[in-house]
Ligand binder design. Structure first.
Ligand SMILES: Cc1ncc(COP(=O)(O)O)c(C=O)c1O
Length: 434
């Protein structure tokens, strides 16, 4: 090629949440039985979709309109419906024109960062869900800029760190947060959100709030969507059905824009996102059409509650096995379906291991962990995978220097959940002492 086709650094960015699956699949071929505790897809973990929900979708497929393109912003009745859900809370007031549907939040994320000028930077939590940081960093062709979530304080954000980044980096124009959070399972208390909005107001920032898990909260926790507290600060909230229905295969999510019309630069930015969507015509019509009927179905709240009860149970089983292990920073999760666990600094090294009986599997893992640049937590994760079949994701792949791992809380069987986390707790001890 006459020119470099990708920017410097782009090649080094990997999406470890999926990458680990490739490794696990190789081990599977060698007979290792895998426990997939790595991926946030409830369907893959055996969630049964209620028949009434499927019937709504079937009914929509019989409607010819569902087969056509829809408005670039999304199906009007559905936008009116989700708009009303926000407006009735009494916070930010929006119209259907403040809503844009996307083919999953993955699509929204690509456009939201892709439409920024490359010099404009967004400040992210660390650790964070890497689709956000990767999307922005690839666009800016530079490493992500992150504020700290505190592993020894329930993963709450370090607001001083946040404010300092914004204050001393004039290219930062937006603050991003995920509530409830992936990968930590932390739920933002309303006072913390208020303080973030105050920082945004003080430094003329806009806010991006990923609220895809906004109804997946348990352990009696309370939070509010950012729309309740946003006041006059420009913001976008991201919402979707991948986790809540759950229907990740629908590829359907939406962005709500708060305070359009109050800042010329923000308005131009939102118009650019809309133009990018227009260039693609629109998002898939079918799942949008099904949203109002599913969300207002008499079985909906009960089904969601039953799942929340299950996530709460699995979260507490996981917490009880891991908390108290020497050297680990473990926090009870209160939302989403992930738990991030960090090792105290210096605990992991490049000589620790777990025994692997099968010589082919051992060779494969040793080849992987002895590659240059492999982080100590990746080494731990690969040995754990080969020794026990338990597949988790290294924490360092979530845009953080912390070493640890992330697990999902989607196991449906209580006994299996107990077995997996009892084993994990034992193997952590063995690994650290090896
Ligand atoms: C915080 C967060 N945002 C967005 C997404 C992606 O959502 P979608 O399936 O709508 O692309 C995920 C998926 O795991 C997520 O955890």
């Amino acid at each position: 090629m006459r020119n470099d086709l990708v920017g410097t650094g782009a090649g080094e960015m990997t999406y470890e949440i999926r990458n680990i699956v490739n490794v696990a699949e190789k081990l599977q071929k060698h007979g290792v039985k895998i426990n997939w505790e790595n991926i946030g897809d409830p369907i893959m973990k055996g969630e049964n979709i209620p028949v009434w929900m499927k019937e709504i979708v079937v009914r929509e497929t019989m409607n010819d309109e569902t087969w056509g393109y829809c408005h670039t912003r999304g199906v009007l009745e559905t936008r009116e419906f989700v708009c009303e859900l926000t407006n009735r809370r009494g916070g930010a007031q929006i119209t259907p024109d403040d809503i844009i549907f996307f083919n999953g939040l993955g699509d929204a994320i690509a456009k939201v960062y892709g439409c920024l000028s490359p010099e404009t930077r967004i400040l992210f939590p660390s650790p964070t869900y890497t689709t956000h940081t990767l999307g922005e960093a690839m666009h800016a062709n530079a490493a992500p800029i992150c504020y700290r979530l505190k592993p020894d304080e329930n993963w709450l954000p370090d607001l001083e760190d946040m404010e300092n980044y914004v204050r001393f980096n004039p290219q930062i124009s937006g603050i991003m947060l995920i509530n409830p959070d992936n990968p930590t399972g932390m739920v933002y208390p309303p006072e913390t959100l208020e303080r973030i909005v105050a920082i945004a107001r003080k430094y003329d920032q806009f806010i991006i709030a990923d609220e895809v898990y906004n109804h997946i909260i348990y352990n009696g926790q309370k939070t509010v969507p950012i729309s309740d507290l946003i006041g006059n600060v420009p913001a976008v909230a991201m919402k979707g059905i991948s986790k809540e229905f759950p229907w990740p295969g629908a590829r359907c999510g939406w962005v709500e824009v708060y305070n359009y019309g109050k800042d010329r630069r923000f308005d131009r930015y939102i118009n650019t996102i809309l133009t990018a969507k227009m260039n693609e015509v629109c998002s898939t019509t079918l799942p949008q059409k099904a949203i109002p009927a599913i969300m207002t179905h008499p079985g909906y709240q009960g089904y969601l509650q039953e799942r929340l009860n299950r996530y709460e149970l699995m979260s507490n089983i996981t917490y009880n096995y891991l908390q108290g292990l020497p050297g680990l920073m473990v926090n009870r999760t209160n939302g989403a379906f992930y738990m991030a666990v960090a090792f105290r600094e210096g605990l992991l090294n490049h000589t620790q291991s777990l025994p692997i009986g099968n010589p082919e599997v051992r060779d494969l893992v040793e080849g992987l962990v002895n590659t240059q640049g492999v982080t100590p937590d990746k080494r731990f994760v690969y040995y754990l995978l080969a020794h026990t079949g338990i597949c988790v994701v290294p924490l360092s792949s979530f845009s953080t220097p912390l070493q640890g791992f992330r697990v999902t809380l989607l196991e449906k069987d209580k006994g299996e959940c107990e077995r997996v986390y009892k084993t994990l707790a034992e193997k952590i001890g063995e690994y650290l002492e090896s």
